[in-house]
Design a protein around this ligand. Structure first.
Ligand code: FAD
Length: 332
């Protein structure tokens, strides 16, 4: 029986990268006698079931001791009560060993983790940036506080269950392990009657790359001045294989959808490269992006606070600098 359970997530038939990162985080905290199971929920029509089994195959190569699949048509679309019931069914099957539950800090993970923790009587850690096992057996989790200005460390003892969500892009994803893949088994599930039935999911139009998991983000602020002004930013993002983000100033001005907002009241991102165009760098914006690995700021005001967190600063007009970057990339 597994002591660590990673709850993997598929969206639109694709395994989310953060699930591999959660596996790495869990593996980094294992000690003698621990074992790791990856739990995958999904199902639906033939195509959905095929993508669940493809995802299970990918997960089995990343070094868990087993992959457990709960495949049921009702799990094809996220509904909190039903997905929670599936997790509780797994918890019952894996009790009493299952102690550490790892989820991605995604919209679904954020919704499920506290529900699961409450039902298991477990402790909960949200949005973990790091996790390490101490010599005394406790696992110490690091989280950001006060809009990223401070870090706290919380230690959890192994005895009682703990539910953790890990921030995307903070752990290197678990690599493929040589040797035979882990066994894949399935767990039967009788869904309870649910008060919520999800009949359809209508998505807002968004770029090809998911903002929360993007390795490169080109973000625009009020300095972009219009919705049309975002076109060169989108072009640069597409060239770099990245995603477009925005400040709240740009969203409030109606230049782009709030789904792109980064910051305290928007998404938290940790890309390898964050290019801020026409963003002043208000503390609420920094809260969502200041842990990016490399920050490039393009702003025509040399005193703009964004330069205080930037690794590279370009003082200039974004409408000249961004096309120049695109041209340089195309010529390079
Ligand atoms: P501005 O502050 O107006 O900055 C525009 C910048 O563009 C300026 O620095 C200017 O020099 C530059 N510029 C103008 N023209 C050009 C040009 N042609 N070329 C280059 N540079 C140019 N904000 C967020 O972003 N995310 C949040 O989640 C968030 N949550 C908030 C929560 C609360 C409770 C509150 C009170 C505020 C929140 N805000 C948030 C708002 C935040 O305080 C700022 O108002 C907002 O971030 C400003 O957006 P901005 O930088 O795009 O606009």
């Amino acid at each position: 029986m597994a002591t660590h359970i990673v709850v993997a997530e598929c969206r639109d038939g694709q395994l989310r990268r953060v699930s591999l990162e959660a596996i790495a985080a869990a593996k980094g905290c294992m000690q003698d006698g621990d074992s790791l199971a990856v739990l995958l929920l999904g199902g639906g029509d033939g195509e959905a079931t095929a993508s669940v089994s493809a995802a299970a195959g990918l997960l089995a190569q990343r070094g868990p001791d087993e992959v457990i699949v709960i495949d049921h048509p009702i799990l094809g679309r996220y509904a909190p009560e039903v997905h929670l019931a599936a997790l509780l069914a797994a918890a019952k099957a894996l009790a009493p060993e299952a102690r550490w539950w790892w989820l991605g800090h995604t919209a679904i993970g954020r919704d499920l983790a506290p529900r699961l923790a409450a039902r298991l009587g477990a402790g909960q850690v949200s949005d973990a940036l790091a996790a390490a096992r101490g010599a005394d057996g406790r696992i110490v989790f690091t989280r950001a506080l006060h809009a990223g200005k401070a870090l706290e460390r919380r230690a959890f003892v192994p005895g009682a269950p703990t539910v953790v969500t890990v921030r995307p892009n903070n752990f290197a994803p678990a690599a493929i392990v040589a040797g035979p893949a882990a066994p894949i088994c399935s767990l039967p599930f009788n869904p309870p009657p649910s008060r919520i039935i999800v009949r359809d999911v209508v998505r807002r139009a968004s770029g090809a790359v998911d903002l929360a998991e993007a390795r490169i983000i080109v973000a625009g602020g009020r300095g972009v001045k219009s919705a049309a002004g975002f076109a060169p930013l989108a072009q640069l993002a597409a060239l770099l294989g990245g995603a477009v983000g925005a400040s709240r100033g740009a969203c409030d001005a109606g230049y782009c959808d709030y789904a792109l907002q980064i910051g305290q009241t928007g998404k938290t991102v940790t890309p390898d490269l964050y290019i801020a165009c026409g963003i002043s760098g208000a503390v609420q914006h920094l809260a969502g992006m200041s842990r990016s690995r490399v920050i490039v700021a393009i702003n025509k005001d040399p005193d703009s606070p964004i330069f205080s967190v930037a690794d590279y600063g370009i003082v200039g007009d974004l409408f000249e600098v961004v096309p120049a970057l695109i041209e340089e990339w195309n010529n390079g």
